[in-house]
Design a binder for this molecule. Sequence first.
Ligand code: SAH
Length: 214
Amino acid sequence: MKDLPKHKGLRNQLVQVLIDKGIKDEKVLNAIAKIPRHLFMDSSFIDFAYKDKAFPIGADQTISQPYTVAFQTELLEVKANDKILEIGTGSGYQTAVLVSLKAIVFSIERQKELFTKTKKFLPRLGYVAKKLIYGDGYNGLPNEAPFDSIIVTAGAPFVPKPLLAQLKIGGKLVIPVGDKEQVMTLFVRNSEKEFEKKEFDKFAFVPFLKDVSD
Ligand code: SAH
């Protein structure tokens, strides 16, 4: 599979759609303009890669909608060398966006099949995460904490306490919270014990599941 000029053209159109929907962060838009999203999807969905839609990636999971990826990433206000924990590696597309923003990325995935596939695939495209982990994201990654940011890319029924505890002071947790649909929620850690909470629009995610059972 290749990245051709026609793909680049489709990506520029997608970026315009994201701008029209309110995404402003130039760095995020540039990352989306650069990353070949079609290569993160099964070949049968290639024609849809640059539509602003989520698509199946196997193991009953989806690659997030580009607008969702852009919205969550914009909330993180990523700076070079930020230490970021992602929960729900999935296809690795969101991981690639964070890596291309020069973040140091740790990412956890609970589906073995996706974990194995993405661990091989991402470096082949040149997007090297600091560490990809097979496990349950509800616990975060205590050995590598604290993080500048934590991003959850699955719909969470509640906010796991370990994730808040693993933020630096000033750090941000972006998490979609809810059952059928989720409210995008940002927590900023203002001090050891104080967190500021902001709620944004509703989104639809696959569920953030508990326990490593497969
Ligand atoms: N960031 C991904 C989105 C994938 S969908 C992308 O850009 O493609 C959400 C992912 O979260 C799925 O791959 C799912 O398997 C994973 N997930 C669900 N519950 C999890 C948990 N408890 N720990 C880690 N990953 C989880």
